[in-house]
Design a protein around this ligand. Structure first.
Ligand SMILES: *Cc1c(COP(=O)(O)O)cnc(C)c1O
Length: 392
């Protein structure tokens, strides 16, 4: 008998501890964890530096109100701004909170320049921005919004197609009262689909032309997961606002909104707040993660691991052309798209001690820690090969 609400379809497995890329279950089995809390544990489990950081800070200070200065948060905000397009950062606790805050920043900007009616957000149909009321209606996914009406107004939708034109009819979807376009740079839950660089450039161009804002949700793809600090960097565009979360805390809940100077002008004292957001314990962990994952050397290693993983997965695709349809993604945000439903495949991988997670469009999502070792990638490839051969 479980007293937890039944809103998850949980696998019948629990873990005692983790170390790096591995999880050790309560029934004494060792699993290669290529879920990592869904792209959250950037440095794997129990990274010694993070363990030390959290232990040291826990003896000093956990939480103080944002009514006071928080030097640890100042430090992390500075690092994030120096590394990216952003001029200012607002800390939250989760991805959904960060995307909601991003929407608030966009609306507040237009309000502050005397255009309060410019408040609608144009989103990709069936994208993912979290599970709060605004975020589910931003996604416009039927499955997520069913039963949660009344509808939160203010969101319009465009399609993101696999074939060209990627964003059909985009210009006509931008109305007089559109404030921003919000996209996931790489659609994670939606099937590990990167928005091509040319399309991101096109979005930026249209936003400039129409004088609206571009929000790139990098909650999943950000913090080096894509092989660049942000996935949009490859396209050389700069968004106006970027919500982040997942990877920045290395397993500690942290969310944040990054924004440029122009839009930040609307966020005057009292306009937004969060009790927990940016507390000293969270910020200290965030700083430790940031120092490791944002270095050039670390990013180069991710690129190397990624290149190797993609090469080998594409070999498996050639070997099993009736099972694997496409290898998708970027960096260490990887999708293996199957021809049929992936449930059984994921179960078989798990039986062989490899943990992965689903995404839309029959995709098996693979999210190793960013410091994954080549021999761990080889181990995963062996298991995927074995499962393919059994299903052939
Ligand atoms: C996970 C995710 C969110 C929501 O994050 P939560 O911490 O679960 O609220 C938002 N956007 C994207 C792109 C995500 O992948």
């Amino acid at each position: 008998m479980s007293y937890l609400a039944k809103n998850y379809n949980r696998k019948k497995i629990s873990f005692k501890y983790g170390k790096g890329s591995y999880l050790f279950s309560n029934d004494k089995k060792k699993y290669l964890d290529f879920v990592q809390g869904i792209a959250v544990n950037s440095l794997g489990h129990a990274h010694p530096k993070l363990v030390k950081t959290i232990r040291d800070q826990s003896k000093k200070l956990w939480h103080v109100s944002n009514a006071f200065q928080i030097p640890e948060g100042e430090k992390l905000a500075k690092k994030l701004c120096q590394k990216t397009f952003a001029d200012y950062v607002m800390f939250q606790n989760s991805g959904a909170e960060a995307t909601e805050a991003a929407i608030k920043v966009a609306r507040r900007y237009f309000y502050s320049i005397g255009k309060p009616n410019k408040n609608r957000i144009l989103c990709i149909k069936n994208s993912f921005h979290g599970r709060t009321l605004a975020a589910i209606f931003a996604s416009g996914s039927k499955k997520m919004i069913e039963g949660f009406g009344p509808k939160v107004p203010g969101f319009d939708h465009i399609e993101f197609k696999n074939s060209k034109p990627r964003f059909p009819n985009l210009r006509n979807k931008i109305k007089k009262n559109t404030a921003a376009i919000m996209v996931e740079t790489i659609l994670g839950e939606g099937g590990v689909k990167p928005i091509p660089n040319t399309c991101l450039k096109y979005l930026r161009k249209i936003c400039n032309e129409k004088k609206i804002l571009l929000i790139c949700d990098e909650v999943q793809s950000g913090i080096s997961r894509s092989g660049d600090f942000f996935a949009f960097e490859q396209s050389q565009i700069k968004p106006d606002i970027t919500p982040i979360a997942k990877g920045i805390g290395g397993g500690f809940p942290i969310g944040a909104v990054l924004m440029n100077k122009k839009v930040a002008a609307g966020m005057t004292p009292g306009t937004h707040g969060s009790t927990f957001g940016g507390n000293p314990l969270a910020m200290t962990v965030g700083n430790a993660v940031m120092d490791i994952v944002s270095s050039k050397k670390f990013l180069n290693n991710i690129k190397k691991s990624s290149k190797y993983f993609f090469l080998k997965l594409n070999k498996l695709k050639e070997k099993y052309p009736n099972i694997i349809k496409e290898i998708r993604g970027r960096g260490l945000l990887i999708g293996v798209q199957l021809y049929t439903d992936q449930t059984k495949f994921i179960k078989k991988l798990m039986d062989n001690r490899l943990l992965t997670i689903r995404a839309a469009e029959n995709v098996v999502r693979i999210l190793p820690p960013l410091n994954v070792k080549i021999q761990e990638i080889n181990k995963a490839l062996e298991i995927i090969d074995k499962v393919c051969s059994e299903l052939k």
